[in-house]
Design a protein around this ligand. Structure first.
Ligand code: TRP
Ligand code: SF4
Length: 446
């Protein structure tokens, strides 16, 4: 059966490899070697896919500026699934990235029917404080609520000029019953992703959006809209007779002035080479020696000078989801399936002690055959959160498969680590309330 990705149903993804074939997500393994010091989620295959990540790896490696952008829908408790995203954001900050985080209160209000006050409270008390507690620094960080960010709202409207209802229906299954606010929330997410590239923020810049695969429809749509918004399309072409390669810059209802500016700057050798050009009504063909970077720079500047956006098409990564502690998917509607970041450590310990494992029917059998960590939610806790060190993770695997440790003891160890982690995090979350003003968040705790 063909998979459909639905951002609002959190369907379980049965086969991640299909996402490569059916949706054109690229395997993350292809870019892994380009990253100087990859995150454990990358090395462990938890981040399994990407779109357009090459430019981000290049930015990290060569210390060029880039943005990491994410959004959280403030609907309930922040849990360990969200921690996975937050860890990545903090990691990108350490790699030199500019952090931009949106609280998707428009989406929560439109899709989950939460009041603006509830969104604000949950956004700050659950998500923003957790991000800060997990290590986010205020320098080069901007946190905002969608409903309070005028440039995001203006851009969302503008993006609406490039999408029609049929496209929305095809991507999201929207019908005549769908509220308009739901559609506006989709455009707002697109604006979240693109707005850092507005001249009032960073201008055109590589942006990476780390998400679960369920968010890919938004990514595809946004990448598509971004290229539609741009005035020019740069393509490498080949002369059919001579086989010679050349560049083509095509204007999409771009002003003639902008096209002429590009033509002149190329011929004047602006930025280096001085290639030959052929200017037609809607496009320019460029022959001779010019690098793609040089050409992109000239085109970008002409576009910006003529009121265009010159968006760099945003990149994304996709991570697997943890399973729930009760088996099946992790869901906020099944409290025992997940642990909140604000949870009482003792309560978390209880949940782990009850968790579904890959243990055998009897102790004897397990000593004989070993456990199956591949099917174990406690092992997943180690894999995602409790074992930063790869050797420690191998140790858990070995102890499990050799049968030298039984599930009870293994769970107790995990629970002990969790208790320490949460006790420390609780403390940091409390301190985070004091730090809110440093992040530009004005909030009075009730
Ligand atoms: N739709 C996302 C969710 O359901 C939240 C979100 C809003 C988001 N804007 C975003 C995610 C921009 C990534 C980028 O969780
Ligand atoms: Fe899971 Fe540990 Fe039991 Fe293995 S021994 S199945 S890793 S709880």
């Amino acid at each position: 059966m063909a998979q459909k990705l639905d951002p609002w149903k959190s369907s379980e993804i049965s086969d991640y490899s299909k996402l490569f074939e059916e949706f054109g997500i690229q395997p993350f393994a292809e870019v892994l070697d380009e990253i100087p010091d990859p995150h454990k989620y990358m090395k462990r295959g938890i981040i399994f896919g990407h779109r357009g990540y090459e430019m981000i790896a290049d930015a990290i490696k060569n210390k060029k500026p880039f943005v990491v952008l994410d959004g959280f829908m403030p609907t309930g408790k922040a849990h360990f699934g969200h921690k996975m995203v937050m860890d990545q954001i903090v990691w990108y900050q350490k790699q030199g990235g500019i952090v931009v985080v949106g609280m998707a209160d428009r989406e929560a209000h439109a899709v989950r029917d939460l009041s603006w006050e509830e969104c604000r409270q949950i956004g700050v008390e659950e998500y923003i404080t957790s991000l800060i507690a997990l290590g986010l620094q205020p320098e080069k960080t901007r946190i905002y609520f969608q409903s309070e960010c005028q440039p995001v709202k203006d851009l969302a409207f503008e993006l609406g000029t490039k999408v029609n209802f049929s496209e929305m229906a095809a991507i999201y299954g929207f019908s005549g019953e769908t509220h308009l606010a739901h559609m506006i929330a989709v455009l707002t997410q697109g604006a979240d992703i693109l707005h850092s590239q507005l001249p009032m923020y960073e201008g055109p810049i590589p942006v990476v959006v780390p998400v679960g695969a369920d968010q890919d429809p938004h990514i595809r749509l946004t990448r598509d809209i971004a290229s539609k918004m741009n005035m020019f399309l740069i393509e490498r072409r080949e002369d059919s007779k001579t086989g010679n390669k050349y560049w083509s810059v095509r204007g999409k209802n771009a002003s003639e002035d902008a096209l002429k500016m590009i033509d002149k700057n190329i011929r004047d050798g602006f930025g280096g080479s001085g290639a030959k050009t052929k200017l037609s009504k809607e496009h320019i063909d460029i022959f001779g020696d010019i690098s793609e970077e040089e050409l992109s720079e000239i085109v970008k500047n002409a576009e910006l000078a003529h009121g265009g956006y010159a968006f760099v098409i945003p990149a994304s990564t996709y991570h697997r989801f943890m399973s729930g502690l009760t088996g099946g998917k992790m869901s906020s509607s099944i409290p025992d399936s997940n642990i909140a970041l604000s949870e009482e450590p003792k309560s978390a310990v209880k949940k782990i002690m009850k968790a579904k494992t890959g243990g055998r029917e009897s102790a004897d059998e397990q000593r004989d055959l070993g456990g199956e960590y591949q099917k174990c939610s406690v092992y997943e806790l180690y894999l995602f959160h409790l074992a930063d060190d790869d050797n420690e993770l191998f140790q858990v695997q070995n102890d499990c498969t050799s049968g030298s440790i039984l599930c009870g003891e293994c769970k107790k160890k995990a629970a002990g680590k969790m208790e320490i982690f949460l006790t420390d995090l609780q403390q940091k979350r409390e301190e985070a309330f004091e730090k809110l003003p440093m992040f530009g968040i004005d909030y009075v705790r009730k």
